[in-house]
Design a protein around this ligand. Structure first.
Ligand SMILES: Nc1ncnc2c1ncn2[C@@H]1O[C@H](COP(=O)(O)OP(=O)(O)OP(=O)(O)O)[C@@H](O)[C@H]1O
Ligand SMILES: [Mg+2]
Length: 451
């Protein structure tokens, strides 16, 4: 694509001189001899950049600049100023000019300035396009704050639509920070239970005995401190949904009680005789491998099958990097608003670092990273220096540097170490990727002293 530039100056020599220089740089150039002519031209044509003199007949450069800033804020304007009228240039910068250049024009400097202005404009346009996409997504599913366009996420949106209105229990699995809670929110908000309570229980945050009375309630005097009857979360969620977060952390006796709720829709309060029946849709989440917990005797198999009627697995961010640009755009808008900043986008180097980083903390980590970048950022664009060092270092992709002349065992050690890191310490995955047996991997790990 050829960028289109408009040069406005009342002096014929200057405007034609600049035009031919810019044409040699490969741009499509138009000219106008006064502000009025320029403004009409801009109103009727798609222009990427305007270079304008300040003092011109009919409409001055200042007024032209003001018109562009208010009606076409993404078009950068470069100001030409005559002999030492630096004050008017400063004023123009305040009115939104991209930069100024003094006459006689140094063509090399102009060429650089134009390049910089246009690359900024490209970033702005890219950011705007992504913003529109985010907005469209938001409008398309207004019950969910989930953003994503990868095939994996689209499949998840489909499953949510399909099962939300059913009563089937759903088990949401995935690493920490992938968005399991947002999936749970969407399931409730899209169901016909959406106007009834949605009760969330963070199972890992409560001690065993507290969890039981939290979930099922207790009768007055059932234990010291139980000074009155108390309804449990299952009762509070009646007619609605309950979200059991970190279900992998609960002990056997609570597991049995939950199993009974799932099978018979009833239970007794702690210390109570009366049977309580409830109508509750159960959604659970875990970042543990429950199959492994079953093998290890920590989790009941029958409960697993009752919870896992529908499984929604949310893949880690590094397996769906197509979602990164949309997420980044949405987080930039969110945190710019929150911090009263006007960030126009992110430059390509910073974007490439975000794209290449492995995101062990998934979307939560990406969100925090963008929040701090927005706060740190001192220009209109987030740059590589605004990112935390660990992220900024990943511009080159996941490559290992190997010095020629290294021993084979050193190379092996590095490959194992870096793969293990990338897979977050998952040894069976690492062994599979490196095509070696688990036993061999363990031997090598101890041989190389890798923890
Ligand atoms: N697809 C998404 N679009 C926008 N924001 C997301 C998305 N997925 C996750 N987030 C955001 O990332 C953060 C972490 O998400 P969430 O709490 O749902 O993760 P989680 O899987 O429940 O993590 P954990 O296992 O640690 O509880 C939240 O701030 C959430 O809003
Ligand atoms: Mg969570």
């Amino acid at each position: 694509m050829k960028f289109k530039i408009l040069v406005a100056d009342d002096e014929k020599n200057i405007r034609e001189g600049l035009a031919s220089a810019l044409e040699m740089d490969g741009y499509e150039v138009y000219t106008a001899s006064n502000g009025d002519e320029a403004s009409v031209f801009i109103n009727n044509n798609d222009i990427d950049l305007v270079i304008t003199d300040l003092r011109m007949p009919k409409m001055s450069g200042n007024d032209l600049l003001k018109h562009i800033s208010s009606s076409f804020p993404t078009i950068p304007v470069i100001i030409l100023t005559g002999h030492g009228t630096i004050e008017s240039a400063v004023e123009a910068m305040r009115d939104g000019a991209f930069d100024f250049i003094t006459k006689p024009v140094n063509l090399d400097r102009l060429s650089l300035l134009v390049k910089r202005a246009l690359s900024n404009r490209e970033l702005v346009l890219k950011h705007r396009m992504l913003e529109e996409e985010v907005e469209k997504l938001g409008r398309a599913n207004k019950y969910s704050k989930m953003i994503g366009k990868s095939s994996q996420m689209r499949k998840i949106f489909d499953v949510i639509q399909q099962v939300a209105s059913t009563k089937a229990s759903v088990l949401i699995t995935g690493e920490s920070g992938v968005g399991k809670e947002l999936v749970a929110d969407a399931l409730h908000n899209l169901s016909n239970r959406k106007d009834s309570p949605f009760v969330k229980v963070h199972c890992a945050a409560l001690t065993e005995s507290l969890l039981e009375s939290e979930l099922f309630g207790h009768e007055k005097g059932s234990f010291t401190g139980a000074i009155s009857d108390k309804k449990g979360r299952f009762e509070l969620a009646n007619k609605g949904s309950i979200f059991l977060d970190e279900i992998g952390e609960i002990n056997q006796s609570v597991q049995i009680k939950i199993l009974r709720v799932l099978q018979e829709r009833e239970f007794e309060r702690v210390g109570g005789e009366k049977t309580v029946s409830v109508d509750v849709r159960v959604i659970a989440a875990t970042n543990k491998d429950l199959k492994k917990e079953i093998e290890g005797g920590n989790f009941r198999e029958d409960l697993f099958y009752r919870l896992n009627v529908v499984n929604i697995h949310v893949p880690p961010l590094r397996e769906r990097r197509e979602d990164i640009s949309l997420l980044v755009t949405s987080f930039i808008s969110e945190f710019s608003d929150e911090n009263g900043k006007k960030i126009e986008g992110i430059d390509s180097k910073a974007m490439s670092a975000l794209y290449n980083y492995s995101w062990p903390g998934n979307i939560r980590e990406l969100r925090n990273c963008i929040e701090s970048a927005v706060v740190m950022c001192r220009s209109d664009f987030i740059g590589i220096d605004d990112l935390p060092p660990s992220v900024a270092e990943s511009t080159e992709g996941d490559f290992i540097r190997i010095k020629p002349g290294s021993s084979m065992s050193e190379v092996e050690r590095l490959v194992i170490l870096e793969t293990l890191k990338r897979e977050n310490g998952n040894k069976s995955k690492t062994a599979k990727i490196l095509n070696m047996g688990r036993k061999t991997l363990y031997q090598k790990l101890s041989e190389y002293g890798i923890e």
